[in-house]
Design a protein around this ligand. Sequence first.
Ligand SMILES: NC(=O)c1ccc[n+]([C@@H]2O[C@H](COP(=O)([O-])OP(=O)(O)OC[C@H]3O[C@@H](n4cnc5c(N)ncnc54)[C@H](O)[C@@H]3O)[C@@H](O)[C@H]2O)c1
Length: 252
Amino acid sequence: MTYSGKSVLITGAASGIGYATAELFARNGADIVAADIDEDGLQAATRALAAEGPGEVFAVPCDTADPDSCTHLVERAVDQLGKLDIVCNIAGVLGNGPTEDLPDATWQKVLAVNLNGPFYISKRVIPHLLETGGSIVNVASTAGLIGVPYGAAYSASKAGVIGLTKALAAEYSRRGVRVNAVCPGHVLTPMTAGGGGFGPDVDADLLGRLAPLTGKGSRPGEIAAAIAFLTADTARNTTGAVLTIDGGQTVI
Ligand SMILES: NC(=O)c1ccc[n+]([C@@H]2O[C@H](COP(=O)([O-])OP(=O)(O)OC[C@H]3O[C@@H](n4cnc5c(N)ncnc54)[C@H](O)[C@@H]3O)[C@@H](O)[C@H]2O)c1
């Protein structure tokens, strides 16, 4: 797999799945714009990524929930890289807890980051991807496919990402831009290190039903590999796919 000469934009690149994805592309020769709201984390990540491969790595701080920030990000990315071939919408947040107590502000933030962000970025990169025949990969979640108790906002946002992916895949299918999604189950990243933030007032047995059948969470690099597959030339006929990497969480 080589991405030499490919220009890749990745949001959420300071941590977890976003960082692992940037690392995989960097090791395989891509030029990268890494974006994240965590400016310190982004600077550290970018330094580490630059040592991984021969390509260039640029850091652009961005709040993907803010349309102006997304406009700035895409303009900077095209300025720095000259073109865009691959865009990975990975930035995301949790916002779990019993629904009757869920602050409206939490709902709004989760939807803003997880769903509005991928829309704002996709809309702005599509003109550039039409020029290169490029592709988008959105990181959704199995939470968008099944009901996650105490996860109303997160599940709704990720179901929305799946709908966005399919709509864009259909709309651009005859114009050479592919749009796919991955749906990880449990991934071992800082997001889940604290147990998912469900709080104490939940039915642990009910939550336990979400456990992967394999008994194992995924490593971030395993999600990155699935993302890379969906962007590769060998996936040139794959669009609108929703690829689960969930240890069998959603098969029963
Ligand atoms: N970890 C899991 O089990 C899991 C499962 C399914 C899906 N996902 C999804 O994978 C993606 C990455 O999650 P992760 O597990 O690597 O989490 P993470 O917390 O390690 O990384 C998320 C990154 O997104 C950044 N971010 C948050 N809000 C942002 C904003 N408004 N603008 C720009 N950047 C922002 C954070 O600063 C962080 O660097 C998310 O979309 C998440 O919903 C994770």
